[in-house]
Design a protein around this ligand. Structure first.
Ligand code: CA
Length: 229
C-alpha cells in the first residue's frame, strides 16, 4: 500500500485530506509541526509528501530543500497564498506540484494519484520511458503529448503542441514564420503565415509569466521567432 505523509499544522485540513486519501486506498500519516514532519520525511520511506508551506518550527521551504537533498519522493506543496506559490516556483526547490488552498479534497486525491502513477512508472518499470524535453521550468512529454509549466499542467491544441515542441527542440535558432508554417502545417493546409502568429500568441499565454516580455519564445523583429535557452 502506498504511504503518504501530510505535513500540515491546521489539524482539520490534515484530517480531511487524510480521510479522503484513505478512502482512495492510501495509508496516511500526519505531522502537525515542521520539525516532526521533517524528521518523519527523512527517516521513513513515504511514496508522496503533501507539504504545507507555513508551519511551526521548520517551514515548508526548508523541509522541501532538505528532503530533496536525499530523496526523490514526490512533493506536493500547498499554501493559502497564491503569492507564496509563485515565489516557491521561482526558487526551484524541486517540488513536483503546487496547490493553493482551499482546494477540493477530490482534486488533491486526483493529483496524488497522478504523481504516484508517474513515480511508480519511473522507479519500477523497465518499460520504455516517455520522451521528455525539459527547458527552464517547461516540461514537454512528447510521448503523452502533455506540457507542464513550473509543475502545472497546461492544455495545448495539436498545432500549438507541435509548434512549441519544435521550437523547444531547436533552441536558440531563429525560424521565420514561413519556415514554421511549412514545418508544422502540411502543404495542403488552408491558412497562411498569420496562423503562426496566432499560435505563438496562444502558446505565450500558456507558458509565459508576462506575455509582454516573453522569457521563452522571443520575437526577433523582422525575422521570426526563437526559443531562448
Ligand atoms: Ca500552515
Amino acid at each position: 500500500m502506498s504511504k503518504i505523509l501530510i505535513i500540515e499544522d491546521e489539524e482539520a485540513i490534515a484530517d480531511l485530506e487524510k480521510d479522503y486519501l484513505e478512502l482512495s486506498g492510501f495509508e496516511v500519516e500526519i505531522a502537525n509541526r515542521g520539525d516532526t514532519g521533517l524528521a518523519m520525511a527523512l527517516e521513513a520511506d513515504f511514496d508522496l509528501i503533501i507539504l504545507d508551506l507555513m508551519l511551526p518550527e521548520v517551514d515548508g521551504f526548508e523541509i522541501c530543500r532538505q528532503v530533496r537533498d536525499s530523496k526523490n519522493t514526490p512533493i506536493i506543496m500547498v499554501s493559502a497564498k497564491k503569492d507564496d506559490i509563485d515565489k516557491i516556483r521561482g526558487l526551484g526547490l524541486g517540488a513536483d506540484d503546487y496547490m493553493t488552498k482551499p482546494f477540493s479534497p477530490s482534486e488533491l486525491v486526483a493529483r496524488v494519484k497522478a504523481h504516484m502513477d508517474r513515480y511508480n512508472r519511473l522507479i519500477h518499470s523497465g518499460a520504455p520511458q516517455n520522451e521528455i524535453v525539459e527547458i527552464r521550468g517547461i516540461k514537454i512529454d512528447k510521448t503523452a503529448r502533455r506540457v507542464w509549466v513550473n509543475g502545472e499542467e497546461k492544455t495545448f491544441t495539436t498545432k500549438e503542441f507541435d509548434l512549441l515542441t519544435f521550437l523547444a527542440q531547436n533552441p536558440n535558432r531563429v525560424f521565420t514564420k514561413e519556415e514554421l508554417f511549412r514545418e508544422i502545417w502540411d502543404m495542403e493546409s488552408v491558412g497562411d503565415i498569420a496562423t503562426v502568429t496566432v499560435h505563438i500568441k496562444k502558446i505565450r499565454e500558456k507558458i509565459e509569466f508576462n506575455t509582454a516580455k516573453p522569457q521563452y519564445v522571443e520575437t526577433i523583429w523582422g525575422v521570426g521567432y526563437r526559443f531562448k535557452v
